[in-house]
Design a protein around this ligand. Structure first.
Ligand SMILES: *[C@@H]1O[C@H](CO)[C@@H](O)[C@H](O)[C@H]1NC(C)=O
Ligand SMILES: *[C@@H]1O[C@H](CO)[C@@H](O)[C@H](O)[C@H]1NC(C)=O
Ligand SMILES: *[C@@H]1O[C@H](CO)[C@@H](O)[C@H](O)[C@H]1NC(C)=O
Ligand SMILES: *[C@@H]1O[C@H](CO)[C@@H](O)[C@H](O)[C@H]1NC(C)=O
Ligand SMILES: *[C@@H]1O[C@H](CO)[C@@H](O)[C@H](O)[C@H]1NC(C)=O
Ligand SMILES: *[C@@H]1O[C@H](CO)[C@@H](O)[C@H](O)[C@H]1NC(C)=O
Length: 410
């Protein structure tokens, strides 16, 4: 009996110290963050006085002694699609890496600091389920401080994939607008909708799902990706102008990059033309999939348990998506300067390419998907996608400084 108690005690002590070493520091951040004004004053947190001296996107993944910000126990909001631990993922190492820029530190995410910045404001994620994945990460990063009320429109005409939350303590609205192409789209396959069915895109018409709602938002995070791989009919001015993989000899064949380029061009044009829109627009760049030993639909999987080393080059087609959207982003950024609108790049394409270990693979379950398909597109929570929100708040703070809303030396 005595012996048993002692070993039990020993076990507890070592488990506790292990927890302290591996996970408590980040979880305790809610109480230990510096006040907003003083932390923003310290220019080292923002890179440097000169805002472009430190490139936070140039760096490497390093093992972090602190471990993840949350677990599936401390954040009850993780949906099954992202809840890799719940479905038995055996390795934990993937949640213990942090992004380390070469020239500076990427500041930690402090929930109350974020919430003070967004007090009385609104934020929208516009895009597909990977954009939604980032919002789910954000909800977990905030979950130890406060929870939101679901205020989504439940009418039958509303999209079931868009979601609207309200953090009443902070008067903060957080929305995800479901818009997998950013532009208007419809199913066009005689066989009906499936993973790889034919769809029509109206490349010069923004998707009303977000376009009619976005003008009052203060922060808008735009992103789209994998849906552009499917067979697509392209329309402009209401006319069919070409297609991607539609296999009709009488229709001009155009690339997936053409559709991608036009989708961003149209999106930025709309944002630049909305009279009352004053928000900061973030482009979260293309997030590549990591299927190996087959494609998504013929047994491909992502079994790695460590990041790639730098020598593993991203495939050309992934790079092409990134380059295409960044070209449109640059044009919008220049135009935005003329009408006082800010466009900010969250440049994660290469950074996330290094993380083949961060996907649900076979340890994520989605209601409407065939479980025999591995998920090497979305990201486990917690996991490397939490970094996107570290970048997000880093640039939100920088925007406030640039706008003079927070004085560096005040
Ligand atoms: C959390 O993950 C553990 C495995 O690490 C699992 O046993 C448990 O059921 C999960 N809990 C929730 C609430 O998902
Ligand atoms: C909440 O925020 C909105 C702007 O998003 C503002 O119009 C309103 O006055 C705020 N309400 C309170 C009680 O602060
Ligand atoms: C056209 O052919 C390609 C290659 O065989 C295939 O992947 C694609 O699904 C086809 N498109 C349609 C609309 O059936
Ligand atoms: C192309 O041919 C198909 C029949 O194969 C026809 O239904 C379609 O209208 C034609 N499209 C154009 C743009 O001419
Ligand atoms: C994005 O980041 C990569 C490194 O991760 C870098 O090579 C590239 O130049 C960056 N692009 C921009 C536009 O900052
Ligand atoms: C899931 O996919 C497999 C392989 O493609 C197929 O054999 C099976 O019938 C599918 N199951 C469901 C429920 O769709």
């Amino acid at each position: 009996m005595k012996f048993h108690q002692t070993s039990c005690h020993k076990f507890l002590v070592s488990t506790l110290s292990l927890i302290f070493i591996t996970s408590i520091p980040l979880i305790l951040l809610k109480n230990s963050h510096p006040p907003l004004s003083s932390s923003l004053r310290r220019s080292t947190e923002l890179g440097d006085d000169d805002d472009d001296k430190c490139d936070v996107f140039s760096g490497k993944w390093v093992i972090s002694p602190q471990g993840p910000y949350y677990t599936n126990e401390t954040c009850p909001l993780i949906i099954d699609q992202h809840n890799c631990m719940k479905f038995g993922r055996p390795d934990l190492q993937f949640m213990k890496w942090r992004w380390k820029p070469f020239g500076c530190e990427l500041p930690l995410f402090y929930a109350t600091q974020f919430l003070e910045i967004v007090r009385g404001k609104s934020m929208a994620f516009v895009g597909d389920s990977v954009g939604r994945n980032q919002m789910q990460s954000l909800m977990c990063l905030l979950a130890h401080v406060t929870y939101a009320k679901d205020i989504s429109n439940k009418s039958p005409s509303a999209s079931i994939y868009s979601i609207h939350l309200f953090y009443s303590e902070y008067n903060f609205t957080l929305s995800a607008f479901w818009s997998p192409f950013l532009v208007k789209y419809k199913d066009s396959d005689p066989e009906g909708h499936s993973f790889n069915s034919l769809m029509s895109l109206y490349l010069d018409e923004a998707d009303e799902e977000w376009a009619k709602e976005i003008k009052n938002f203060d922060y808008v995070i735009i992103s789209v990706g994998q849906w552009f791989f499917r067979p697509l009919l392209y329309y402009q001015d209401g006319q069919l102008i070409g297609c991607h993989k539609c296999n009709h000899s009488n229709i001009t064949s155009l690339t997936r990059y053409y559709g991608y380029k036009m989708a961003f061009q149209t999106t930025f044009k709309i944002l630049l033309s909305l009279k009352t829109y004053k928000g900061v627009t973030f482009l979260r760049t293309f997030s590549a999939a990591h299927f190996e030993n087959g494609d998504w639909n013929n047994g491909g999987s992502c079994d790695r348990t460590r990041p790639f080393t730098k020598e593993m080059k991203i495939e050309e087609y992934n790079k092409e998506f990134y380059l295409t959207q960044v070209e449109e982003f640059r044009k919008a950024k220049v135009e935005g300067i003329q009408n006082g609108l800010r466009f900010v790049l969250i440049n994660i394409t290469e950074i996330m390419w290094l993380r083949p270990d961060g996907h649900p693979n076979r340890y994520g379950h989605s209601m409407n998907r065939n479980a025999s398909v591995n998920d090497c597109v979305h990201w486990c929570l917690p996991g490397p996608i939490d970094t996107w929100n570290e970048f997000l708040v880093y640039f939100m703070k920088r925007e406030l400084l640039l706008r003079g809303k927070l004085k560096k030396n005040a």
